[in-house]
Design a protein around this ligand. Sequence first.
Ligand code: SF4
Ligand code: MSK
Length: 664
Amino acid sequence: MAIMRSGCEGCTEITCTSSKEVLAQDVAKNVRTAYDRVKARGVAACLFGSGGTCCRHCNMGPCQIIDGVESMIGVCGATADTVASRNFARIVAAGTAAHTDHAREMVRGFIETAKGEGPHQIQDVGKLLSLAKVFDIATEGREVNDIALELGKKALAEFGNQEDTPLSMLKRAPAKRQAIWKKLGIEPRGVDREVVEMMHRTHMGVDQDYENIMLQASRCALADGWGSSMLSTELTDIMFGTPVPRRAIVDLGVLKPDQVNVTVHGHEPLLAEALCIAASEPDILDLAKKAGAKGINLAGVCCTGNEILMRRGIPVAASFVQQEMALATGAIEAMVVDVQCVMQSVAEVAKNFHTDIITTNYRAKMPGAVHIQFDEHEALNSAKRILKHAIANYKKRGAFFIPEKTKLDVVVGFSHETINYMLGGRFRASYRPLNDNIINGRIRGVAAIVGCDNFKLSDDAHEIIVRELLRNNILVLATGCAATSLGRAGLVRPEAVEFCGESLAEVCETVGMPPVLHMGSCVDNSRILIAATEMVREGGLGDDICDLPAIGTAPLWMSEKAVAIGQYFVASGAQVVFQSLPVSGAKKFNKYLVEGLMNQVGAHWNIAEDPMEIARLMIRKIEAKRDALGINKKTERVLFDMAMRRDLGTKTIGDVGCTGPVQP
Ligand code: SF4
Ligand code: MSK
C-alpha cells in the first residue's frame, strides 16, 4: 500500500517499502517530511513561476508576464520569451556554478595530493598519463607526482582562463561536434567566465534575444559537462581510483543496530574519503568500542554516497527524497553534510533524536547544526574530530527502528574504462561489441537515467521507466539519485536480466553485466559524454553523438544542476526528456527548446508528463535514430573474410548501416 502524504493527488506517493515502514513507526511519529510539507502548503504552484514568466531582475518589477497580452509585458518591455529564457539560462548558470565550485575543490585537493600533502595518493597512473596527453603535458621520464602537479595546475587554470582559447577537454569530443560548437561560437573558454557572462547577459537590459541567450546557456553548460564536471570526475578517479565493478548494498536497511551510524550527505568526495580512512583507524575504532558499539558504519546519502559506493563499495542509505527518512530511523549518530541537496529540514527532523547534523563546509552552514570545519590540509584529523563527535552520541541513542529487511544488492562501478574493458576484454578493450550488438539489434539503443528524485511524481517513477526500457531491449546507464532509486528497486544487479527483453538479457548474461550500469554521482554524467564519444569513435553508428540511438532523461529532476546537465547533453547532440521545465508560459521560447534547438545542435529537449509516456517517447526516439542510421533494415548475414575482419578496427561496416567516417 502506498502512503499518501500530499494534497497533490496521485503525484507524491511513497511506494518505497523502507520509507513507508520507517514513517509508520512510533519512533517517527513526530517527524514531518517534505511529503507532509507539500500537503500542508495546499496551494497550487504559482503559474508565473512554473511557466517561467516571473521576472525580478530589477527593482521596477517584479513583473509577471502573460504571453500575448500586451498589458502584461514587463515594465521594461520584456516579453514572455525574453523573461523565460533569461530565467532558464540562470538555472543553467546556477547548476554549472554548483558543479564548478565542487570541481575546483577537487582540483585543489588533487594538487595537494600531487605535492604529497594529505592522506591520499595517486591511484590511477594510467588515467593520469592519458589525461596529461589531453593537456599536452610531457610525461617521459618524469615522476608521477610531478606530472600530477602540472596537470593539477593546468586544470585549475581552466576555471579562470581569460583568453579566448577553448577548454582543453573539448578536443575529446567527436570532431564533427567540435566543428558545430566552433561554427556556433559556443566553445567554452574559462569555466568561471561562462557563468559570469551568463549572469551578465541575463541582467536587466542586456541580451533580449532568446536564441542568443540560449547560445550562451549552451556554452555555459558545455563548460560544466566537458569542463568542470569532467575534470572533477577524472581527477577524482586518478586520486581515489577509477571505479571497477563491485557488489554493495543500498536502502535504509544498511544502517546497523549495534554500530555508530554515520551518514555522509552532499557531494564532495574529499571529506567522505577522509572519513572512510579515519573510520578504520585503530584509535577511532577503540573509541567506538569503548562507547559500546561494535564499530563504525559509514553510509552514504545522495551523491557523496554514490562516490564512495562506486570506489569503495560503502553502502548508500538514502537518495535525496529519503534523507529525512534516514534520520527518522533514530539510528543515526551523525549526518555529516557538505554541499548541495541537503534539505534544511534535516536539522528539524534531527531534533527528535540524539542525532547531530554536522556541517563541514564554510559555504554551507545551517541553523540547528553543529559546525566542524573540514580542513583538507589536515584531512585525517578533521575526519577524526567529526567521527569522535558521532561516537560520543552513540550512548545517547534512544528508541530506533531500522528496516533491516530492506537492503538491496547492487553491482556498481561502471566507469567508462570498466565498460570498455568488460565489453572488449583486457587485450582488446573496446566498445566494438556494444556497437555491434546495437547494429545487429540485440540492443536497440542506450538510455541514460540521471538526476534527482523529487516529490512531483511517485518515488517509483524511475523504476517504471527503466522496466519498460529493459523490456524493449534498451541498455540503461544510471547516475545520481536516480541510480540509488533503481538500486532500491532491484534493477542495478545482474539478476535484473529477468526484466529484460530476450536479446538484451542474452547480451548481459554473456558479458556478465547488469542491464542497468551505475556510472556514479551527478558530476559523473561526464562519464556518459565520454562513453557516447567512444561509441561514435568505434564506428558504425554515425559520426556524431546526435547520430547515436541514445537518449537521456532526468524524470524527477529537482536541482538546477540537472538543467545544466540536460543542456550540456542537448548541446552535445543528445536528446533529453524531462517531466517539466519552467518555460511553458513562453510559447516561442518553449517551441525553440523542444524543436528549434535541433537545427543548431542536432538535439532538443522533450517534455513528457508521466513515467510510461517518458519511456515510450525514449523508445520511439531511439527507434527513429536506428531508422536514420539504416540499421533497422533487415540485412543479409555477411560472412567476414580475414581482410574484412582486419578492417573492422579502422572502418565502419557498410552492410550494417554506416553513415559516415570513423573519427581518428
Ligand atoms: Fe520587470 Fe523588466 Fe525589471 Fe524584469 S527587468 S523586473 S521584466 S522591468
Ligand atoms: S544528489 S543533484 S538530488 S542527483 Fe547529486 Fe541527487 Fe540530484 Fe542532488
